[in-house]
Design a protein around this ligand. Sequence first.
Ligand code: C2E
Ligand code: MG
Ligand code: MG
Length: 538
Amino acid sequence: MTAAQDAFRSWFYRPWFLAMLAAALSASLLMAGSYFVAIQQVEQNESREMNAQGERFLARLEQLFGQLRESLDDLEAQPLRTCNDEMIATLQQVSFNYRFVYEAAYMDATRICSNRPRQEGLSLLRPPDIKGPTYSYWLNTTTEPDENRAALMLGRGNFRVATSRGHLTDMVDLSPGSSLLVVLDQGTRAIPVLGVSQVWSLTEQWPPSKTRDALQVTPTRLIYRMPTDNPEFQLVLISPRVGTHIPPVWWWLLSASLVLAACVGFLVFLLVRQRQSLDAELTGAIRRGELQVLYQPIFDLDSRNCVGAEALLRWRRPDGTLTSPDLFIPMAENTGQIRQMTDFVLQRLLEQLGQLLRSNPQLYISVNLAACDVMVPRIGQVMARLLTLHRVAAKQIAFEVTERGLIDVVVARENLQALRDVGHQVLIDDFGTGYCSLAYLQTLPVDCLKIDKAFIDALGHDAASSGVAPHIIHMAQSLHLKVIAEGIEYESQAALLSSEGVKFGQGWLFAHALSAVQFIELITRGRRLANRRLDDEA
Ligand code: C2E
Ligand code: MG
Ligand code: MG
């Protein structure tokens, strides 16, 4: 590995770097998430507002068209057909009767008369934009920016009535850049009735389907199509999008995201620091000799003679507190320090019990192996060197592997077989808690199963799992495997196991984990366990 790669890797061991990385990642995720939420909210508001505005327009347009048509019907129904004072009075009366009629006019070949004296607003000579069977429609009848100029004009015969912009805008306040359009000519032409003219292109089939959503949202515009019964034209309200700017709610979400990301970063910092300090502590513990090896005796259940022991690690800190292997072993497995620990256990057990093992050739000690110990042939080599040094037979050292430790079965099988080939025994620890099936077990080079304490606990208590231990026992017997029951705490359990044909057991009923001195004493005195339990003295 190059120096640059080394330097790069070393960054990932620095708590503040990892904390910043975690904070930056969580900040980006949270910010993106909150921006998305805020934009969604703005879009929903925009759509709701546009829908409401469209509906208000529609209601007003219906009122408006209704009055314009009615007023034209009234004018058509009265008999006057010349421009005179009486006609002007009639036109004034109509605009008085109908609130939305701003201008009413009569025109013939020679003259035009209107209720309003100055009536340049009505360009009466232009052909209508929409010609229906009874009424004709003129849209955007003026381009003058006068508030009250006509925006819509309807005609019937020689009469014209127009409404003012004010009547359209008093209901709905069109925002800047918005328009109310009438779309004609198969959807190809759009005439603004109110507001600015808009770029318009036919984007869909004509006439538009009535079932589709009235509101169409594009990246820049909101287009609200108002349903009309007349297939000739369509009313469309167009508003520019306001949602493209950052919504105010986002600033709140942004601050919350940054605070949260800072918390995540801080948490990561603490965790990494804690882990690193535990790492360092563990390394120091090995160096300072704070680790101890205890031996929990294993007994023949019938004769109650001790046949061996399991080596168990303990971490006693200088202040006397004891850290459970259940806590530090998994961590040491993660950091790789477990190799050092396994070597330590092997070395210490031979130093402490070498003499005892030499003088009691039937006695064995079993050692727990971690997954990484099983994955490489290293243990065999370390063991061979120590056994030669201490002149102890390989059959006196057994190895315990858990089902979870057999990550790569092919490699594990090869290494376990190599250990068996030189005379070591291989035991499956905590049997029943992993995934080993019978078929799978048959393929492994194994001498013995250790039934997990959970199944022993259930014996005679838990109806659901109390049947598991006998099942495991029968299975092991059919495969000609030895069985050791772990965690026996009651005489009733020992009796039951014994009656099921289990030969060996280990548990607090007989002895806790003992110091080397206690264990040696137990063996040399040839003490048989009657009812007295041996306690962990360490
Ligand atoms: P394990 O290998 O299944 O060891 C048996 C555990 O059950 C031991 O806990 C032992 O003290 C406990 N035990 C034995 N009899 C009884 C009993 O009657 N009642 C109860 N309640 N518990 C009993 P310990 O020593 O705390 O070890 C826990 C685990 O830590 C071990 O489980 C083993 O997986 C791991 N471990 C311990 N020492 C080493 C080691 O040197 N190397 C490795 N790789 N793992 C180790
Ligand atoms: Mg074990
Ligand atoms: Mg176990």
